[in-house]
Write a protein that binds this ligand. Sequence first.
Ligand code: GLN
Length: 196
Amino acid sequence: MLALQGAFREHRRLLELLGAAVQEVRLPADVAGLDGLILPGGESTTMARLLTEYALWEPIRAFYARGGTVWGTCAGAILLAREVQGAPPQFGGRQQSLRLLDATVQRNAFGRQINSFAAPLPVQGLDGPFSAVFIRAPAFSDVGSEVTVLAEWDGQAVMLRQGRILATAFHPELSHDARIHVVFMEMMENFRTANT
Ligand code: GLN
């Protein structure tokens, strides 16, 4: 778990219920030895600034390059994208990102009137809708050919998978439903066993 800012405690609680050993990441050395990394929700410009301050951009890219599984939720998904749209003007409309996920992400895509809402979201691979909590949520577009759209809401892509990368525009850690955490743990497990 990246634990610089945002909703990391909620993820931690769910992962521990599922039996995962969780390490909080604040320093480059914390990334060593992990199978998976979650970039939580929060505020993506703040998180980007902290990633620079704590020198974590390269360690996270290296973690992915050596076979790590990554999941970004909301602000965390923004950090993963190839291109970020809708960054505040003081950033010149541009925002640094890891560029691991072959998609464009539009910040606050569901408008200011409905900054937050919960929706019964049909998700590919799950046996029934997921009660998804959207908080000033982004949406994805221009997804690459390696990317599968696992869920859409209001005509916009809100959940993607690209190999070892999972991205959700909503906050699965805030629902009393561990099914998406199970998907992530299975992804980690598959890649770990494929590499041993
Ligand atoms: N709108 C926020 C951002 O752009 C993300 C909100 C969230 O993570 N809940 O960073």
